[in-house]
Write a protein that binds this ligand. Sequence first.
Ligand code: FMN
Length: 174
Amino acid sequence: MARSSISPTGKEVFFDPDDVIVSKTDAKGKLVYANDVFLSIAGYREGEVLGQPHNMIRHPDMPRSVFAVLWETIQSGREIFAYVKNMTKSGDHYWVLAHVTPSRDAAGSIVGFHSNRRVPSRSAIEQVEPLYGEMRRAEIAAAGPREAIAAGKEVLQRALDAAGKSYAAFIFSI
Ligand SMILES: Cc1cc2nc3c(=O)[nH]c(=O)nc-3n(C[C@H](O)[C@H](O)[C@H](O)COP(=O)(O)O)c2cc1C
């Protein structure tokens, strides 16, 4: 089912705190692996996800700028942690704390990406949700896609400045 045809239900669903949601993509972000926890929470069969772009589980509430920062970071060869609200096949949502990292071949070239996700703390989501809401509103009010990403990043940077922390330190402080 095309992602755009799924409407968010507003209902949150949960996975087990002992579980890890795992996915791997090729260098362009197309899914090449999803573990059973991924398939079970997202509500898809393996055949429905393999070969699809990872944005198939994107929730419309997620700021574009979060994914812009994610891709800038991993494409430059670094790892990133991010809180992400994902959408299931039925339009429900689930929050994750994702770790995304490049996979390299023996020569050191990036051949794809790997993500492990755990259940985030409720207190982190209580802080991230309003921040993402503000980022999303700034993006929607912007003149175009490029301006939207800049506007979302600006809101994020203001929050980091107010906390006096780098992005990575902020993620683990909440
Ligand atoms: C390894 C890996 C894991 C990703 N995990 C997610 C995820 O759980 N949810 C999500 O919405 N996007 C995830 N993304 C980012 C998507 O590729 C995409 O940038 C994002 O969904 C925004 O889609 P859009 O650029 O079409 O707006 C992941 C990317 C990679 C490389």
